[in-house]
Design a binder for this molecule. Structure first.
Ligand SMILES: *[C@@H]1O[C@H](CO)[C@@H](O)[C@H](O)[C@H]1NC(C)=O
Ligand SMILES: *[C@@H]1O[C@H](CO)[C@@H](O)[C@H](O)[C@H]1NC(C)=O
Length: 372
């Protein structure tokens, strides 16, 4: 039963595969953007813009691709370590070091197997580019989940650099639930590190031990999207179980309550106490019942979609949509949901304010969205 969301999503994918409406027949009058497809990938998970305007794209099976959006020519980056491609796991996120222009260092997150099953890992490596592709070298694992599990679910491990140069990792609880509340594991936590993997000085539990010193916040389930707003506040989206997807404002030392409180239910229908019953836990600033399955998040900062400045733009898997949420003070409110007809995996904003999204699954396309 814990695979319900996967099964529903799979059934939906089959259904839409069978009954797909050709995109030219979709009513686009209400689509708030022009969508330019770049090219397609094999189960893409994440992407990152390079200074030369090419885009790095991770494919879950363990391939790192590069595409030139102008020519649409795709290449391959070699040197990716073996990944645990099973369940939801594989090659996940990619991020450039804040000083990438000087050091060519990139970070990847992925699922790996070892004793106890599979867990998430984060590595950094030097990226050498050629005209047609490139290579990673000097790969160094800088962080790992402190325990592993079978099942291959909820690794998350989105990567984001902060204004102070810190590396943030959104660590999933690999479907183990209670470790999200345990300070002796790094599952179900927001992690703040230096770029070399050492715990960031000043983290809220720094005095309590090696694992604890990595932790910024706890009580997270499957946190797949993180981004900064213009005020320097960190926002996060995470998947709940049956209901209870959350948009959270991430604060130092806060406990977000999973699995003790949640607006949704367990997959077997068992109720979970609501956030209102335990006010010591940080409640979501917006939540979804039924779920949207948030897999990516940006807080929009550009000028192209001027009226969306400060809004959360969330890509949804089971909802096959892009959800726009206004944030007033710290209250989030869904303002718009655009059906995309495909499970939507990730989102990024480019330096010009265009919104790029990537579809999930076989043949998932990278799309550039600009105003109509
Ligand atoms: C990692 O980086 C931090 C901050 O620059 C530094 O203080 C620390 O010594 C480094 N750790 C290692 C193991 O190099
Ligand atoms: C339902 O699922 C939850 C979470 O896995 C579990 O703790 C609970 O015991 C289950 N309840 C029943 C009745 O199976």
């Amino acid at each position: 039963m814990m695979h319900l969301r996967l099964s529903v999503a799979y059934a939906l994918a089959l259904l839409t595969g069978t009954l797909a409406v050709p995109s030219q027949h979709l009513d686009t009058r209400q689509t708030p953007w022009k969508s330019t497809p770049i090219t397609d990938f094999a189960e893409p998970w994440a992407f990152a813009f390079l200074p030369d305007n090419r885009v790095l794209v991770t494919e879950r099976r363990g391939n790192l691709r590069i595409v030139d959006p102008t020519t649409k020519v795709k290449g391959t980056i070699t040197g990716v370590p073996a990944v645990a491609y099973a369940g939801q796991g594989g090659l996940h996120d990619i991020a450039l070091h804040p000083k990438y222009a000087e050091n060519s260092i990139v970070y990847i997150s992925y699922a790996e197997t070892g004793s106890g099953g599979a867990g998430g890992a984060v590595a950094r490596a030097k990226l050498t580019l050629t005209d047609s592709g490139g290579a990673l070298s000097g790969l160094e694992v800088i962080w790992r989940h402190s325990q592993r599990a079978s099942g291959g679910l909820q690794f998350a491990c989105r990567l984001l650099f902060g204004p102070d140069g810190a590396l943030w990792i959104s660590s999933g609880e690999i479907n183990q639930m209670t470790p999200a509340q345990s300070m002796t594991t790094n599952l179900g936590k927001m992690i703040k590190l230096y770029d070399n993997g050492t715990a960031f000085a000043g983290n809220p539990f720094a005095s309590q031990g090696a694992i604890q010193s990595q932790i910024w916040s706890l009580g997270h389930r499957n946190p797949l999207g993180i981004d900064w707003d213009a005020q320097g506040r960190l926002w996060e989206v995470e998947m709940g179980p049956m209901g209870g997807d959350e948009l959270n404002l991430i604060q130092s030392g806060a406990n977000y309550g999973w699995p003790l409180v949640c607006e949704g239910k367990h997959y077997n229908g068992t109720a979970i106490p609501k956030h209102s019953t335990r006010p010591t836990f940080a409640a979501p600033k917006a939540n979804w019942v039924p779920v949207i399955s948030p897999a990516g998040l940006i807080i929009y900062k550009g000028d192209l979609f001027a009226s969306w400045k400060g809004n959360a733009i969330i890509t949804g898997l089971s909802s096959q949509s892009i959800v726009r949420v206004t944030i007033t003070g710290d209250v989030g409110k869904e303002a718009q949901r655009v059906s995309m007809g495909k499970r939507m995996r990730g989102v990024r904003e480019d330096k010009d304010g265009a919104i790029w999204v990537i579809e999930d699954g076989t043949g998932g396309r990278l799309l550039k969205l600009t105003p109509n």
